[in-house]
Ligand binder design. Structure first.
Ligand code: 5GP
Length: 362
């Protein structure tokens, strides 16, 4: 893991509630167990289980949401997740989360997102740049360039941008509500929309009106695509031309051709794909074929808490499974800056960071 410690990293596919520390999840579950809201031993068993099918993963998310859907907890986990990514030298993080409602505690999608924003502002181990550069004039929150010297000491900085997820269980109207919220909160670092949730549930076309509207309004779109075999859906998603897709596991020849000719970047989540049995083993993972075809790719964690992984671990896996050296992994990450969902100013600053890191690479 040390091997990747000093290398700057980008993380473009991380679900907030999937990235919670195990220790936090157990602590929160124990608290609810003591109050009699859940049976802690049942919960503990599910959290500590190692291999889960995709269906079991979504059952686990329902359990996680019981424990986390509360404003204070959302603020806490947001802070911790960002600090965890920053601690492994992630310099640019796109964090995605599904805005939720919980009438019993007065939570609506907006207040959920406000709790996330509070978490971002509570980060203390590192400076956080989360507001787009054209929205931050005079903002006290925005920090100096990365590794700028402040009071004689060097502070690290992480850029954080948010994607709001639409869950495949939602209605068209609920998806539209999420898109409208994203538009309202653009000045607070919301840059795009993700479609996720159990891939065997619902029809993706339910969300097309909301996704089209989001795109017309200038939000970026990434879609979970091809986690299960569904050629019709995969073709239709690729025809939509999202700015990125996640996973791309269950593609057939015609879908690969379409993907490659479209040049849509793919967020690759190795551990997640193996742990959910979406791909049987790394030696048959599509990473190799796409990498050899020079298709735009980025290595991501997906759910670092649920799958007990980290960005460094994903780099390690790619290096050992596909025979990539340190420089090749570095290039892969540097190239991903081209398809982040941030403005050109951020891209420029990140390129400078990567360029100065390159000199220290060997
Ligand atoms: P949240 O949006 O609650 O912060 O993060 C957890 C949610 O992200 C899950 O309930 C699910 O909707 C989505 N998610 C997390 N991991 C995956 C994945 O591997 N595939 C899909 N399709 N959705 C996921």
């Amino acid at each position: 893991m040390e091997k990747w410690g000093s290398m700057p990293k980008v993380e473009l596919h991380a679900h907030l509630n999937g990235s919670i520390r195990d220790s936090t999840l157990l602590e929160l579950a124990r608290g609810l167990g003591e109050k009699g809201v859940i049976v802690f031993s049942d919960f503990e068993h599910v959290i500590l289980k190692d291999d889960r099918s995709l269906t079991e993963v979504f059952r686990l998310f329902d359990l996680i949401h019981i424990v986390t859907t509360d404003h204070k907890i959302i603020t806490r986990i947001t802070k911790e997740v960002i600090e965890d990514f920053a601690s492994e030298n992630v310099v640019y993080l796109e964090l995605r989360t599904t805005p939720k409602k919980n009438n019993s505690i007065g939570m609506n999608k907006r207040s959920y997102l406000e709790a996330v924003l509070e978490g971002i502002q509570a980060v203390s181990t590192v400076d956080v740049d989360f507001r787009p550069h054209n929205a931050d004039v005079g903002s006290p929150r925005n920090s100096p360039p990365i590794n700028d010297t402040c009071n004689g000491s060097t502070r690290k900085k992480i850029y954080v941008r948010l994607l709001l997820s639409i869950d495949r269980r939602e209605t068209t109207a609920a998806a539209m509500e999420t898109v409208n919220l994203a538009l309202e909160m653009r000045d607070f670092g919301v840059v795009g929309i993700d479609l996720s949730g159990n891939p065997i549930v619902g029809e993706w076309t339910t969300y097309l009106p909301a996704l089209k509207f989001a795109r017309e309004q200038g939000l970026y779109i990434t879609l979970h695509c091809g986690e299960v075999p569904n050629p019709k859906e995969i073709h239709s998603m690729l025809d939509f031309l999202p700015q990125r897709i996640g996973h791309a596991c269950c593609f057939e020849e015609a879908e690969w051709e379409k993907l490659k000719s479209s040049n849509i970047p793919v967020e690759i989540c190795l551990t997640s794909n193996i742990r959910t049995n979406t791909i049987p083993s790394l030696d048959v993972h599509h990473f190799a074929d796409l990498y050899n075809a020079k298709h735009p790719l980025v290595l991501c964690t997906d759910d670092s808490g649920v799958f007990s992984t980290s960005v460094s671990n994903e780099y390690n896996l790619a290096a050992s499974a596909f025979g990539l050296g340190r420089r090749q992994i570095f290039e892969l990450t540097t190239n991903a800056v081209e398809f982040i969902f941030a403005d050109d100013g951020v891209k420029r600053e990140l390129k400078e960071i990567f360029s100065s890191a390159e000199q220290k690479l060997d």
